[in-house]
Ligand binder design. Structure first.
Ligand code: HEC
Length: 535
């Protein structure tokens, strides 16, 4: 007996041994051979590959993600450097990052394509409503993964991404501040924020996604794949099951008649992603995040551009509704779809409203996305360098206040704040701010930030703060008294916010002013403790 036949015999014996233990022929094999409608095994079958492609991208994400997790460090101090290390030191680290990014892009794209196809072909109708709901859950989780992943990049884009998200969450009525605290792990975006997003991105969301995916696929196999829609065969829950049963009697097994299409599509998709990854390289990291440097134009990854544009476009009064309401509303619509139109016509040719909805949605998302990409988001990124402080204002300033004007320019406050209507629109116009805020409130706003404004406590020396506050206090129409509290300003203790009473004419005039024209917001005296915890 020669060795070759011996090896062959051995191999067959081992396979037999494994099979007798695992009994795959009884479990997996029937699943692979489950019948599908015969039409799906023909050309029309190409419409059915998008789900598999999405799943393939997810698997690619898991594989590359594990590699990345070995090097990445989720702390504010080292996240950035570990990405640079991956890009430049770790062998093939750049490729892993690159594939992870492009495959995430592919996953979102294919998910949208898959959902659109399922919607237009009416595949969500009876008896596959729950399959659709699992799909909606998978969409939410995928976007969650995309967002949390983008945060882990922890560069200037990601920093502002979290700020915007936190600002949106902060607007939730009543629970807002607690939610922000929960998301950020404190008042500021830092290591505890990264830790949270890391845990979400690496453990929580993928685990949930796998769970939903198992349910989704179970239902796809159990309730069968939908037959291509036929305008003459609307879905009637009373008769559908029997009809489908008959269809399967004439059906063909999934393996190999349909599976090869999935295989080809997935292989092509992976090849495209790898080609993109090799030619275009990994995304970022961009500049280090720095709350005071906002001229690195922040942009979220493309799938969030439409929402970003909504936030930038909407007037301040509508922002809360739009930022919080739109995603929730969109989700509710998606969940309602199979219940509202769970039966009847499946063919797109007989569902003009459905086709119109899809078209309008894509046009809106594209326009918004485009707007989000090209428009300067307020903060307007060059306002600080292109708009000088208006001469009208400069003329009446004392030397200290003039210094404050310079600080305002240098710290790029005008990316968000206008003077005489010129400058960013993210925050209020500061031309009359001296009539609205008293000195304490002014200091607190600058040092602690809040309400969508970064904290500047550690970015300003006490001399700069002093000058800045003097300037801001002077910002009111001539002859108009400043907002003032009757008592002398509470003494400030300790760095970094030590601001002595400002010795200028304007401010001295303030201290004799006892009846404020405009009631100043009641303010707690700012002390070193609260200032430190915020900055
Ligand atoms: C990223 C944008 C942004 C930047 C940069 C920014 N601010 Fe603000 N600022 C805001 C927003 C938003 C508000 C409104 C906060 C609120 O609604 O509570 C605000 C409020 C204020 C207020 C209170 C105005 C009022 O009428 O209530 C002052 C004063 C202020 N900012 C000063 C500054 C100074 C000084 C700087 C530069 C050191 C600065 N801001 C930089 C966004 C910004």
């Amino acid at each position: 007996m020669n060795t070759l036949t011996a090896i062959k015999k051995r191999a067959i014996a081992s396979v037999g041994w494994l099979e007798s233990r695992l009994q795959l022929r009884q479990s997996i094999w029937p699943v692979m051979r489950h019948p599908i409608p015969a039409e799906v095994a023909h050309k029309k079958g190409w419409w059915y590959v998008f789900g598999s492609v999405t799943m393939t991208f997810f698997l690619l994400q898991v594989a590359t993600g594990i590699c990345l997790a070995m090097v990445y460090e989720p702390t504010a101090q080292s996240a950035y450097n570990s990405l640079i290390e991956l890009n430049e030191v770790t062998p093939l680290g750049w490729l892993m990052r690159s594939i992870h990014y492009w495959s995430a892009t592919g996953m979102v794209v294919m998910l949208i394509v898959h959902m659109t196809q399922v919607f237009l072909m009416g595949a969500f109708k009876y008896p596959r409503e729950v399959t659709w709901l699992f799909g909606v859950g998978l969409l939410v989780l995928t976007l969650g993964l995309a967002f949390s992943g983008q945060v882990l990049r922890f560069d200037s884009d990601s920093y502002w991404g979290v700020s915007v998200a936190a600002a949106a969450a902060g607007r939730v009525p009543w629970a807002g501040p607690s939610i922000v605290h929960l998301i950020l792990g404190g008042e500021i975006i830092g290591t505890s924020t990264l830790g949270r997003f890391y845990a979400l991105h690496v453990f929580v969301l993928p685990a949930l996604l796998v769970l939903l995916l198992v349910g989704h696929i179970y239902l796809v196999v159990k309730r069968g794949i939908s037959e291509p829609p036929d305008p003459d065969e609307p879905v009637d829950p009373a008769t559908y099951d029997a009809k489908y049963e008959k269809l399967l009697d004439r059906g063909v097994p999934f393996f190999p008649h349909a599976v090869y299409r999935d295989g080809i599509a997935c292989a092509a998709a992976v090849l495209i992603v790898v080609a993109l990854a090799v030619t275009l390289g990994p995304k970022g990291p961009l500049a280090l995040p720095d709350p005071t440097i906002v001229h690195a134009e922040p942009r979220p990854d493309w799938y969030f551009l439409p929402l970003f544009a909504v936030a930038a476009l909407s007037p301040a009064s509508m922002e809360t509704f739009l930022m919080l309401g739109m995603p929730v509303l969109g989700l509710m619509v998606l969940v309602a779809i199979p219940f509202v139109s769970g039966s009847g016509q499946r063919s797109a040719s007989r569902r003009p409203v459905a086709v119109l909805c899809v078209t309008v949605m894509f046009v809106c998302l594209t326009l918004l996305g485009w707007y989000g990409q090209v428009s300067p988001w307020s903060p307007q990124m060059d306002a600080w360098s292109s708009e000088a402080v208006p001469t009208r204002i400069v003329q009446r300033l004392s030397p200290l206040e003039l210094q404050g004007a310079v600080v305002l320019q240098n710290k790029a406050c005008r990316n968000c704040h206008a003077l005489d209507g010129k400058g960013g629109q993210r925050g209020p116009d500061l031309t009359d701010v001296g009539t609205r805020l008293n000195r304490d409130a002014m200091i607190r706003q600058v040092v602690q930030g809040g309400g969508n404004m970064p904290a500047y406590g550690q970015k300003l020396s006490s001399a700069e703060t002093k000058a800045l506050v003097a300037f801001l206090m002077a910002m009111r129409p001539a002859g108009r008294p400043p907002a003032m509290i009757p008592a002398a300003p509470a003494p400030l203790q300790g760095d970094p916010v030590q601001v002595e009473p400002v010795q200028t004419d304007t401010v001295q005039a303030d201290s004799v002013q006892t009846a404020p024209l405009e009631a100043a917001a009641p303010t707690a005296p700012i002390d070193a403790d609260s200032a430190k915890s915020a900055s």
